[in-house]
Ligand binder design. Structure first.
Ligand code: HEC
Length: 411
């Protein structure tokens, strides 16, 4: 019984007169533990010329931010990703998501005073940019566009004619941003009728300069084709699927510019890979609550709507969409056997919305009820907020990338 305190005392004594015997710090260090986490999870944006306001490439840049990095990763505001990728409600291809161990490492490192440790070899690099292996068509903004200074965030739509003489299916895309530090995200939409094209042309003609102002979507009936979030180079759409592009039909490219790092002329282009046919034509379906009416001054207003399915579908991806008051969003499929979670957003950031594809496609069945619940914080408002396209209006939509029937590999 007496042995323990004696031993402890001996150890303490030995430590105080022989410094070399002091237990060395064996917690996380910058070079060994932190730099690799930052390179692979943050480096795509936090590098020079990237969309984030400061780079994380050297110890000197990162160390002063250790506590902030621990805080934002602990709260999961960085890396930015709206959907819950934790595994209880699906996981997503290429999700920007730290695992719990990495969050703990960053916290322990900040707690220990951000020790540098010893560099070993080359500094870790952010993963190399992905590239399309074949380009069939390039859609480019017709001329450079310089956003005006009316706001920090500018949404501008440009009509682009792909010049397709035959119908085709979009199967992959690669984005070539003009000014990456100013482009927050882009979305390419198909126009499916002459009327929609004429309406878009009218909006374009009504404003000076190339394109027209368009918050949220192109303001005319349109169909999603391509979406790329910040720093996203592009991807192949899920194998065996593709999106229809009509012969002779036009497209609209919506650019979301963020001017926090400066204002420049931008001329962005998108390379497309096309197929003459695909085994499974994909569609964009939605669950939404277009009748929402949000009373002001409340920290949590919940809007719920449902939609009953008449057919079997395979769901490949989801894009949760609300505007600036949106806080949480959840989409489920309800059936007698129970509830299946399709999408969960715990801390919605308008800035970071985009399409994400499931690692495992999900089956929903004829007879299922799809249910969407959107939660809003209206404490900043003093009048009722309703559905609409404006920045001050709201929406509650789950867009889904779907194919008809069940596809092998889905569950
Ligand atoms: C997809 C791009 C992107 C990725 C990936 C990303 N960031 Fe950021 N980060 C930004 C942008 C842009 C900002 C500027 C603020 C904003 O727009 O939210 C920012 C801001 C920050 C800030 C400042 C926040 C504040 O409150 O002042 C910190 C700290 C940060 N990021 C840490 C990280 C860390 C750590 C990672 C990786 C684990 C990471 N970020 C990954 C884009 C990114």
């Amino acid at each position: 019984m007496l042995l323990r305190p004696v031993l402890a005392l001996t150890a303490a004594f030995a430590g105080s007169c022989d410094r070399s015997a002091e237990p060395a710090y064996d917690g996380p260090t910058y070079h060994r533990d932190v730099a690799p986490i930052l390179a692979s999870n943050c480096g795509e944006c936090h590098r020079s010329g990237g969309i984030a306001p400061f780079p994380f490439t050297t110890y000197e840049e990162v160390a002063p931010l250790a506590a902030t990095i621990a805080a934002v990763t602990g709260a999961r505001t960085m890396p930015p990703f709206n959907l819950d990728n934790g595994g209880t409600c699906n996981t997503y291809v290429g999700a920007r998501w730290l695992d719990e161990d990495d969050i703990a490492t960053l916290a322990a490192w900040a707690q220990a005073g951000a020790p540098a440790g010893e560099p070993s070899g080359e500094a870790p690099q952010a993963p190399a940019a992905w590239q399309l292996d074949r380009v069939d068509l390039t859609l480019a903004m017709p001329e450079p566009y310089t956003p005006d200074d009316s706001a920090d965030d500018i949404y501008r739509c440009f009509i682009i004619d792909p010049g397709l003489t035959e119908e085709a299916f979009l199967v992959g895309f690669e984005v070539r941003l003009g000014r990456p530090e100013m482009v927050h995200h882009l979305t390419l939409y198909a126009l499916d009728s002459e009327q929609d094209e004429a309406d878009a042309a009218m909006l374009d003609a009504a404003e000076a300069g190339p394109g027209y102002t368009c918050f949220g979507d192109p303001l005319v009936p349109s169909r999603w084709l391509v979406g790329a979030g910040p720093s996203d180079r592009g991807r192949m759409l899920p194998a065996g699927t593709g999106l229809y592009m009509g012969a002779g039909r036009k497209t609209v490219l919506q650019m979301h510019y963020n001017r926090s790092q400066g204002t420049f002329p931008d001329q962005t282009a998108i390379d497309l890979q096309l197929a003459a046919s695909v085994p499974h034509e994909a569609f964009i379906e939605r669950v939404e609550d277009p009748f929402l009416e949000l009373p002001p001054g409340q920290s949590a207003v919940v809007e719920i709507d449902t939609r009953e399915l008449r057919e079997d579908f395979t769901l490949w991806g989801v894009w949760p969409h609300m505007h600036g008051l949106g806080a949480q969003l959840r989409v489920t499929a309800e059936r007698p056997a129970g509830e299946q979670c399709l999408a969960q957003v715990d801390d919605y950031q308008f800035h970071w919305q985009e399409f994400s594809f499931y690692e495992r496609p999900v089956r929903v069945h004829a007879g299922d009820t799809l249910r969407i619940a959107c939660t809003y914080d209206t404490t900043s408002r003093d009048t009722t907020t309703t559905w609409g396209y404006g920045t001050a209006d709201e929406m509650c939509i789950g867009f889904f990338y779907v194919t008809e029937g069940f596809v092998p590999g889905s569950e």
